[in-house]
Design a protein around this ligand. Structure first.
Ligand SMILES: [Cu+2]
Length: 339
């Protein structure tokens, strides 16, 4: 028993013992795959990446309470229609290039596919769909601290209004109707996306923490700004072997209501048709717990290839609702670095 205790304690000391230098070249050297702009590169390196993200929205809530469809729909609730389920899929290509050991630039191009199932107060059901290239993001990452086993970097990102805010589909309200805000592909505005990332490592653990925001810089062509978003993400990865590292993460997010409104939704709003067209029912806060696995190819030709998967589960959400609740999010990614 004493030997077992000594053994476990020695293992613990070894795992927290400090590395000489922070290194990306280990499976826990990258954050869980849902975290963006988590690392910088060494001079001359190029990284290409592909991510698949599936976010499932399911049911409605107000505050921390879940609402049944009959609580949202007439005659008990105010609405004629309610969304009941919304899977949001995203395919994203990424490119990173390091001009120097301190400055890395990054571009990300997303393709989105949204689908929304509805129930109506009359007992009907219908589905709307939208898809297209989303808002392209360009960023500069500036590493300003790199000592021993810790690093800090700023990211200054700009999201461009390349995604459509004119998505339409057939609904019971009419053929080719303007779809509500959550079904639009882009924000329509230039968005400033700053973040600050801290990374530190021991022999077999990696810890990271990132504070980030999305700030809408202008009203879009349809007279509104989507929510500003503020988030804090922390993660702990464990280098189990040279090629696999499980990780836990915790994310807090808060977002505001919209500013302004698309005037074309006003008639629908007056009729209390559906809450998704109300720009004042958008704000909320959420805490997500994540479990991820990062794989890095063993020594040899696959060493520069990474594969990662992460599953996020909300453990708390409070919505300025009625609004759709987040059920879970799955992220899968491939990354390849050229030296
Ligand atoms: Cu990279």
């Amino acid at each position: 028993m004493k030997n077992l205790f000594t053994g476990v304690f020695t293992l613990f000391l070894f795992s927290i013992s400090v590395n000489a230098q922070w290194s990306a070249d280990r499976p826990d050297g990258h954050a869980p795959i849902q975290v963006m702009a988590d690392h910088t590169h060494s001079k001359g390196e190029i990284m290409i990446s592909y991510r698949y993200m599936l976010m499932n929205m399911n049911g409605n809530g107000d505050g921390t309470n879940e609402l049944s469809n009959s609580e949202v729909l007439r005659p008990n609730g105010p609405y004629m229609v309610t969304p009941i389920e919304m899977p949001m899929e995203m395919h994203m290509l990424g490119l990173m290039y390091a001009f120097s050991d301190d400055i890395t630039v990054m571009a990300m191009v997303p393709y989105l596919q949204n689908s929304m199932d509805h129930a109506t107060a009359m007992g009907g059901a219908f589905t709307t769909e939208s898809s297209g290239i989303g808002d392209i993001k360009i960023s500069a990452l500036y590493k300003f601290y790199d000592k021993k086993n810790s690093r800090l970097h700023w990211t200054f990102g700009l999201s461009l209004p390349t995604g459509s805010i004119e998505e339409r589909d057939d609904t019971p309200m009419g053929a080719n109707s303007l779809l509500p805000y959550p079904m639009q592909i882009g924000s329509g505005s230039f968005d400033f996306k700053p973040s600050l990332t801290y990374l530190t490592q021991s022999k077999s653990l990696s810890f990271g923490s990132q504070l980030g925001a999305t700030i809408r810089l202008n009203d879009n062509d349809n007279n509104y700004r989507k929510s500003n978003v503020y988030q804090s993400t922390s993660w702990l990865g464990y280098k189990l072997t040279d090629w696999v590292a499980p990780a836990l993460s915790f994310k807090l997010s808060g977002w505001s209501n919209y500013d302004g409104r698309d005037p074309r939704y006003d008639m629908a709003l007056n009729n209390n048709v559906v809450h998704t067209v109300d720009p004042n029912l958008k704000a909320g806060t959420r805490a997500d717990f994540g479990f991820g696995l990062n794989f890095q190819g063993p020594d040899g030709p696959l060493h520069d290839l990474r594969l990662a998967v992460n599953f996020d589960l909300p453990i708390y959400q409070s919505l300025d609702g009625p609004q759709m609740r987040t059920e879970n999010m799955l992220t899968f990614g491939l990354q390849y670095t050229f030296h």
